[in-house]
Design a protein around this ligand. Structure first.
Ligand SMILES: O=C(O)CCC(=O)C(=O)O
Ligand SMILES: [Fe+2]
Length: 183
């Protein structure tokens, strides 16, 4: 079934902590949605585009490998490239960080070609409350693992959301793989 592919322990806890430390000095952008609208009812988060951050090259290499193996084992999509920088999203309880139900396929040059979405849980599961990544591949809602270092991969057309963070801060990392339109 083309739903949710889970990869436990894709990164170690110390690797996740290192990623958070590496991006912590980088400037953040307010989260823009697919289509570049700013609507805080839909999404409230800060973003770091990691292509601009020195010291993140090894992370991209690992993400590429994880996408490759997920696609081989599970999805079999025609993937050609990574057309966008990965992003780290920072959801803070102090401003009710969240991302309402959406699909990642947009109308833009790159966002229109998204085929697989990969999300890495960068924060320890006990360091924040709320902030669940929920995925709706069909009638059921699946909750992605909250465990630090676990990866979830799903088709970019799948509806998903991040519920409001109630305490603490949730960090996640997202990367998309791109290819020709589904047919
Ligand atoms: O932070 C997450 O778990 C998901 C992020 C997301 O859905 C997105 O960036 O499109
Ligand atoms: Fe998304």
């Amino acid at each position: 079934m083309l739903s949710l592919h889970a990869i436990p322990d894709a990164f170690t806890k110390s690797e996740c902590d290192l990623i958070v430390a590496t991006i912590s000095d980088a400037p953040t952008d307010e989260a823009l949605l697919v289509g570049r609208n700013k609507d805080h009812n839909l999404r409230k988060a800060e973003l770091v585009w990691t292509d601009n951050v020195i010291g993140m090259e090894w992370v991209m290499e690992r993400l590429i490998e994880l996408v490759r193996s997920s696609n081989r084992d599970r999805f079999g999509f025609d993937l050609r490239e990574f057309s966008e920088s990965p992003q780290v999203a920072i959801y803070k309880s102090s401003d009710s960080g969240h991302f309402a139900w959406h699909s990642d396929i947009g109308g833009g040059r790159a966002s229109g070609k998204r085929k697989l979405t990969l999300v890495l849980q960068l924060s320890g599961a006990d360091t924040y409350e709320g902030g669940n990544l929920e995925i709706m591949p069909g009638a059921q809602i699946l909750t992605a693992s909250r465990a630090q270092g676990d990866v979830s991969v799903f088709p970019s057309f799948t509806l998903h959301q991040v519920t409001p963070v109630k305490s603490g801060i949730r960090y996640s990392m997202t990367v998309w793989a791109h290819g020709p339109a589904f047919r």
